[in-house]
Design a protein around this ligand. Structure first.
Ligand SMILES: NC(=O)c1ccc[n+]([C@@H]2O[C@H](COP(=O)([O-])OP(=O)(O)OC[C@H]3O[C@@H](n4cnc5c(N)ncnc54)[C@H](OP(=O)(O)O)[C@@H]3O)[C@@H](O)[C@H]2O)c1
Length: 337
């Protein structure tokens, strides 16, 4: 099969088309004929050599796919209600940038008919991550306020929409006025340009000095001290990335005076059972929102893997992601219906 591999750690140009044996579905797995593969920031980190695939996962990048089930573990498929020919999107621990990919049965979700393949492929990684961190770890309640950094990122556009659909208020930060406007158009209540305003001052102003209940943080480093200052009493800080560095100052006095919780997680290395439980929760709560169009995938760009100019689409996709110009998701397509 055709696949995109990382020739060596480095710039986007190290991504190259290659031939690999088609993977074989093992126990509890299905083989999916991939039509679209989502691109996520962790793929960039993997390409740079700082985020290796977990043990047992494919070295081919790609954490989410959409396509059609070809075959698989028949007992597991029957138990989960899947049949060959079903249109699915799936969260995978690697191997997504390929024409064929195996996925655990429990990590597959039916593609709502209104979504294109590219839209469906853009959903799993960010929706699983937001569900797990904002709603499970962060325990965001109806009527509470969520602060999301990187509001225009793939994670951000999912967090805005899911939190709003849940009945929470949302404040975002983003790096340009255009990105702020895009976040407001997606339903965010307030957007702060973090390059021109101090988000701590703005959050205090917007919440009348009360602060927010949950912060979804993809920056960490110097942000942590400022986020603790943004949190209301009993607030929760959930860290999902450390783009600003791993070392942070923590005012322990604030933690105990406001009874704060500081937590975080990474999704990729978690067990199949954990991810399957998230899939069930998404199916129950979020899929009806997607089906009704209340929540929608935001695909900024899709690139054919076999680029017309002879350049592998994955190279162009990673160049765009590193330019930070995108709002929402970037997707690769394989040219199959
Ligand atoms: N823990 C997990 O399980 C998990 C899972 C998936 C993703 N992630 C992480 O979540 C983050 C978003 O992923 P993605 O795929 O959605 O990436 P993405 O679309 O490329 O977005 C990255 C965002 O980071 C923001 N950013 C970078 N440095 C910043 C800074 N110093 N201050 C404020 N914002 C900053 C950028 O915002 P501006 O350009 O507007 O400043 C940009 O919107 C990544 O760091 C990724 O590694 C974690």
């Amino acid at each position: 099969m055709n696949a995109v591999e990382i020739a060596a750690p480095g710039t986007p140009e190290v991504l190259r088309l290659t031939q690999r044996p088609r993977p074989v579905a093992g126990r509890g797995e299905v083989l999916v004929r991939v039509s679209a593969s989502g691109v996520n920031r962790p793929d960039v980190l993997q390409r740079l050599g700082v985020y290796p695939a977990p043990a047992g996962a494919s070295d081919i990048p790609g954490l989410e796919i959409a396509g059609v089930i070809e075959s698989g573990d028949e007992d597991a498929m029957a138990q989960a209600g899947w049949r060959a020919g079903d249109r699915v999107c799936a969260l995978v621990a690697g191997g997504g940038y390929a024409e064929w990919c195996v996925a655990p049965v429990g990590q597959c979700l039916a593609v709502p008919p209104r979504l294109t393949d590219a839209e469906a492929a853009s959903v799993p990684e960010t929706f699983f991550t937001v569900w797990s961190n904002v709603f499970e770890r962060g325990r965001l309640q109806v009527g509470e306020t969520l602060l999301v950094h990187g509001g225009s990122s793939g994670i951000g556009v999912a967090a805005i929409q899911l939190a709003k659909a849940h009945g929470a208020s949302v404040i975002v930060t983003a790096g340009t006025d255009e990105k702020c406007a895009a976040c407001l158009a997606l339903g965010a209540d307030h957007a702060i340009n973090h390059r021109t305003s101090d988000f701590v001052v703005e959050v205090q102003r917007l919440t009348g000095g009360r602060g927010v209940d949950v912060v979804l943080d993809m920056v960490a480093g110097p942000y942590v001290a400022r986020e603790l200052a943004c949190l209301a009493e009993d607030g929760r800080l959930v860290i999902i990335a450390v783009q600003g560095g791993t070392q942070s100052e923590l005012n322990a006095g604030l933690v105990l005076r406001k009874r704060l919780t500081v937590t975080g997680s990474t999704l990729r290395a978690r067990p199949v059972a954990f991810k399957s439980a998230i899939a069930q929760a998404l199916k129950q709560t979020v899929w009806p929102w997607l089906q009704a169009g209340r929540v929608r995938p935001v695909v900024h760009s899709q690139f054919p893997v076999f680029g017309a100019d002879g350049v592998c689409g994955a190279v162009t996709a990673h160049q765009l992601m590193e330019s930070n110009r995108h709002v929402g998701k970037i997707v690769l397509t394989w040219g199959v219906v």
